[in-house]
Design a protein around this ligand. Structure first.
Ligand SMILES: [Fe+2]
Length: 176
């Protein structure tokens, strides 16, 4: 009697590496986009943490305003981070969620100082937002043209605008 054909078992590594989303984007392109989005998630998380740190530790005449301003900004970053992680899931991959992985993947630098002056806090956050904006701007074309992922290109175009708004507010607040 012929043995019933059965699907060969999928190796475990393949389960981790390949996504199940059949959305018309090649596996290697989905993987490349997910990799870029996970790096972005790491930077958003780092910037979120830094903004919270500044909310806690800001001092000086502007304390009250900056304390509230930073709170608004980290709340917004929390929402943006969530969208990035969920975008990764929509293209069938898994979002990073450990501090170890975030630090490995992030390109922004943490603020490890005990004390930071208010003007330095504003400038540092502004620099970080602008770094992300420049990175996203080159990713838009890459996602669209190289990886054929219009959805992710559109998604990060929206993110650019959100970071531009946050950067404008930081720039305007920092002006003397
Ligand atoms: Fe608070």
């Amino acid at each position: 009697m012929a043995k019933a054909k059965s699907k060969p078992a999928t190796p475990k590594a393949a389960l981790v590496e390949s996504s199940e989303a059949n959305i018309g984007i090649s596996e290697s392109n989905k993987q490349a986009v997910a990799g870029e989005l996970n790096k972005l998630l790491a930077d958003e998380f780092l910037l979120y943490t830094k903004t919270r740190k500044f909310h806690w530790n800001v001092e000086g005449a502007q304390f009250h305003d900056l304390h509230l301003f930073f709170e608004k900004q980290y709340d917004q970053l929390a929402l943006m981070m969530d969208e990035v992680a969920e975008r990764i899931r929509k293209i069938g991959h898994y979002a990073l969620g450990s501090m170890k992985h975030y630090l490995q993947e992030a390109s922004l630098l943490e603020n490890e100082d005990k004390e930071t002056s208010a003007p330095t806090m504003l400038q540092e956050l502004l620099d970080d937002h602008e770094t992300i904006i420049r990175r996203l701007r080159s990713d838009v074309d890459k996602f669209q043209d190289k990886y054929k992922d219009a959805g992710s290109a559109d998604f990060i175009t929206g993110l650019i605008e959100q970071h531009e708004t946050m950067a404008w507010m930081l720039r305007a607040t920092a002006k003397r």
